[in-house]
Design a protein around this ligand. Structure first.
Ligand code: S3P
Length: 426
């Protein structure tokens, strides 16, 4: 599609759609708990719809009406052997968390996904789940989809995660809930804690102390009412747009402000952005707030270490931000980007170069020299939603035409993205 270019400024207010990670978990926890779970502000993105479709195939009744769900759960025991293959589409969260659930179920299932899922590493989940007692296999010695699982009785595990990954942590917590005894998981760096918060919201108990998580198996979870906050990873595109497009002033309402996700806010502030939290509710099970972003002069920074898992999905749009900041921005310790929906070190660097950015890939991140004047060209999302949205924001700075290939990928996490962008144009 031809993208909007040459715009004056972005001004106005948008309400950020539901969080993808929390939407997935609301379906999963609604399905494994007892009773009727009600979910509001659910994200109807392709990824979350894949999760609904998998749980329906496992026998769960889920009613969907606009952004509201009713899930009729019957505990882990209520899940039945599926007659069909479970297709997770493009969703890493669906497949990895689902494996943790299926590991404890006494039946056979097989999991497939799209071409991108077929390249993403699964041993990080299959290896510890096999250690707990599940029988798993897959292409290339159990590394890639299609994955088969025969679940059953599980032993608890004491496991030090080799990578900081909320998906792996969550899969092991979900298996741990079905194991006999106490599972202990140690994280190398803190990652998003939505699974832990959900367990408490559904009446369960989980402990966390200094990156050590303990959970007891055999707990019975009860249905809950979940209001999904807006996704800060979706808000990030408009936060950056507001910060880099002269004259802009945008209010973003209903943004999830869970501290395990707010790395982008810290980076924007460190780079000199004019960003304010104008309303804040930290009492709800997931904190939310409204943000006001205005254009300002920015400077380069270094992004590394424990900050990386707190902004991992925002790195594509942070790379664009850095192209408009004075000086060098260095992103380090971000090798996990190589195993996202695409190799995001390569796709970000290659696509931004096509528009004139001064950006180089490194082994574990990238180095960006700002400020660059961006120009037109033909770019591609490579089927990666966050690359597509980043390029659509980059195009706004160009005076020449920008054509985006594979723009449909954006519906994976933000089906209303272009409608929201258009509503901010003057
Ligand atoms: C997610 C965890 C992160 C993130 C992904 C969603 C989750 O992945 O990149 O978009 O919902 O748990 P990793 O656990 O692989 O880091």
């Amino acid at each position: 599609m031809a993208l909007k270019t040459k715009i004056d400024s972005l001004r106005g207010e948008i309400t950020i759609p539901g969080d993808k990670s929390i939407s997935h978990r609301s379906v999963m926890f609604g399905s494994i708990s007892y009773g009727e779970t009600k979910v509001t502000n659910f994200l109807p993105g392709e990824d979350c719809l894949s999760t609904i479709s998998c749980f329906r195939k496992l026998g769960v009744t889920i009613k969907e009406e606009e952004n509201e769900l009713r899930i009729y759960g019957n505990g882990f025991e209520g899940l039945n052997e599926p007659n069909e293959v479970l297709d997770v589409g493009n969703s890493g969260t669906t497949i990895r968390l689902l494996m943790g659930i299926l590991a404890g179920r006494p039946f056979f299932s097989s999991l497939v996904g799209d071409a991108s899922i077929g390249k993403r590493p699964m041993t990080r989940v299959t290896v510890p789940l096999a250690e707990m007692g599940a029988v798993l296999d897959g292409r290339k010695n159990g590394s890639y989809t299609p994955i088969s699982i025969r679940g059953g009785k599980l032993n608890p595990i004491h496991y030090k995660l080799p990578v900081a990954s909320a998906q792996v942590k969550s899969a092991l917590i979900l298996a741990g809930l079905q194991a006999e005894g106490i599972t202990e998981i140690i994280e190398p760096s803190e990652t998003r804690d939505h699974t832990e918060r959900m367990i408490r919201k559904f009446g369960g108990v989980i402990q966390k102390e200094n990156q050590v998580i303990t959970v007891k198996g055999g707990q019975k979870l009860t249905a809950a009412t979940i209001h999904v906050p807006g996704d800060i990873s979706s808000a990030a595109f408009f936060l950056v747009a507001g910060a880099i497009i002269p004259g802009s002033e945008i209010i973003l309402k209903n943004v999830g402000l869970n501290p395990t996700r707010t790395g982008i806010i810290e980076v924007l502030k460190k780079m000199g952005a004019d960003l304010e939290i104008i309303q804040n509710d930290s009492d709800s099970f997931e904190p939310v707030g409204d943000l006001l972003i205005k254009f300002s002069k920015l400077k380069g920074t270094v992004i590394e270490g424990d900050l990386i898992p707190r902004l991992i999905d925002e790195i594509p749009i942070i790379a664009l931000l850095a192209t408009q900041a004075e000086g060098k921005t260095i992103i380090k310790n971000a090798e996990e980007l190589k195993v996202k929906e695409t190799n995001r070190i390569d796709t970000v660097v290659n696509e931004l170069k096509k528009l004139g950015a001064s950006i180089e890939a490194t082994e574990d991140g990238m180095i960006i020299d700002g400020e660059s004047k961006l120009h037109g060209g033909t770019v591609s999302s490579h089927g990666d939603h966050r690359i597509g949205m980043m390029l659509a924001i980059a195009a706004l700075l160009s005076d020449d035409e920008v054509f985006l290939e594979n723009s449909e990928a954006i519906s994976v996490s933000y089906p209303n993205f272009f409608a929201h962008l258009n509503s901010l144009l003057n």
